[in-house]
Design a protein around this ligand. Structure first.
Ligand SMILES: Cc1cc2nc3c(=O)[nH]c(=O)nc-3n(C[C@H](O)[C@H](O)[C@H](O)COP(=O)(O)OP(=O)(O)OC[C@H]3O[C@@H](n4cnc5c(N)ncnc54)[C@H](O)[C@@H]3O)c2cc1C
Length: 397
């Protein structure tokens, strides 16, 4: 297996490194001044062709040819220099690629620049009470009345819901049509009368989600992406834009190293826990999955570099990532013992000592639900990957 990036990409790495050595010198200030410096730095990154590579120049990007290896080199070098990359979140990860594929030029003009600047923060309005895995059963209703959409209903589990000022949402606009054909993909301004936002307190003590209630909420007729009734397909637009990265493998590897550190520093029967053969065995099993995940991420990366589709390998990766993250959390829970009974957000030493594991332990369950539960992932892998018969419960999905 050749894991090198090749001479041309290594030359490119030196170029990026030089740009960062000269161009990333953050001032020792906070607040508006630092934000202005970062905005200017990002703009210089765009001019060099390092940032917002898949976004056309006319919408504020650097419009570079798709090249997953160069994109990976840039991520590695920016990471090494601790320099900020692009703004992240639902807006850049999901909405902007969807607008580039399916939006109108007017939508792109209006929404992309402020989203890149972090001014438009987007919530993903898909789930509703009773509508999660069977997403095509959304009931929130949109009617076109006097040139605008009038929306009534409820969305739930909206990540970043407290910060979001816009939402892209799946809304039932064609009540008589078959369920997948009756949904439209609408963009909604969340700061208007009729929108009620309620944070949901989680087991971790934080409130990362909100539920939203819509009562006669208005959105312009032209803020629909794709045609009426096409929302299901629009929401499934394949996001091909330099997505492959080995970032998740780096993240999982870092979590595992912290777990080993925890086992080295936590006493168990008068000795460091890592000397306990049962703990060592559990660690070795987890390390096997961490390495398998890393190899699979190289596989996807190589496929993407060769412009091939990874297919169900990406679903298998998500499954492996979530399950291994959960195994890491469970072993950490066993190691920290009584500390696991504390409430994460109330521990004064949060972020230090064994308490820093509490969010990870509690959050690892959420990861197995977000973006499609592990059961659903298994169904899809079984049906599309292994050719097993369709799941009766999912009906016409
Ligand atoms: C961290 C996190 C972030 C999220 N962010 C957002 C967001 O920003 N926007 C948004 O819209 N939603 C968001 N969600 C919601 C998420 O998409 C849903 O929770 C998820 O799709 C599952 O839906 P549900 O909660 O209704 O559970 P259900 O669909 O009711 O599932 C309940 C259980 O039944 C199982 N199940 C259901 N159907 C089948 C089947 N056919 N075969 C086998 N098992 C099945 C599921 O696996 C699960 O274990 C988020 C969730 C989490 C945890």
């Amino acid at each position: 297996m050749d894991l090198s990036y090749g001479a041309e990409n290594e030359r490119f790495r030196l170029e990026v490194r030089e740009f960062l050595a000269e161009g990333w010198k953050p001032p020792a200030v906070r607040g508006a001044e630092l934000r202005a410096y970062i905005d200017d730095f990002r703009q210089r990154g765009v001019t060099k062709g390092y940032l917002y590579r898949t976004i056309p120049k006319r919408f504020g990007g650097s419009e570079q040819p798709v090249d997953v290896v160069k994109a990976q080199v840039i991520r590695e070098e920016f990471g090494r220099a601790r320099a900020p990359m692009e703004v992240t979140g639902n807006g850049m990860n999901m909405l902007v690629p969807t607008l580039l594929d399916r939006g109108t030029d007017a939508q792109r003009e209006f929404f992309i620049r402020p989203t890149m600047a972090g001014k438009f923060i987007w919530g993903q309005g898909y789930s509703e009470p009773g509508t999660g895995s069977d997403l095509a059963s959304v009931r929130t209703k949109g009617e076109l009345i006097n040139g605008e959409w009038v929306i009534n209903g409820q969305k739930i589990w909206t990540s970043q819901g407290q910060q979001a000022n816009y939402m892209f949402a799946l809304i039932r606009t064609e009540p008589g049509a078959p369920k997948h054909e009756g949904i439209s993909y609408l963009l909604i301004d969340l700061n208007q009368p009729g929108v009620t936002r309620r944070p949901i307190k989680q087991i971790t003590g934080g409130a990362d989600f909100c539920e939203f209630f819509f009562e006669d909420v208005k959105t312009p007729a032209e803020w629909i992406v794709g045609e009426r009734g096409e929302g299901w397909n629009v929401s499934r637009t394949t996001l091909k834009h330099e997505r492959a990265s080995i970032g998740s493998a780096d993240g999982l590897g870092a979590q595992f190293r912290k777990l080993v550190e925890l086992a080295q520093t936590t006493p168990r029967n008068g000795k460091p826990a890592i000397q306990d053969p049962l703990i060592r065995e559990a660690l070795v099993k987890i390390e096997g999955w961490v390495l398998a995940h890393r190899c699979s991420s190289y596989r996807i990366f190589s496929l993407a570099a060769a412009r091939e589709e990874p297919g169900i390998i990406s679903l298998m990766m998500k499954l492996l990532l979530t399950e291994t993250g959960h195994e890491i959390a469970l072993l950490a829970q066993e190691l920290i013992g009584d500390f696991a009974l504390l409430e994460a957000s109330q521990t004064e030493t949060r972020g230090r000592g064994p308490e820093k594991w509490l969010d990870q332990i509690m959050g690892s369950l959420g990861n197995s639900i977000a973006g499609g539960t592990t059961n659903i992932q298994r169904n899809i892998i079984g049906e599309r990957g292994l050719g097993l018969p369709r799941d009766l419960a999912m009906g016409d999905k």
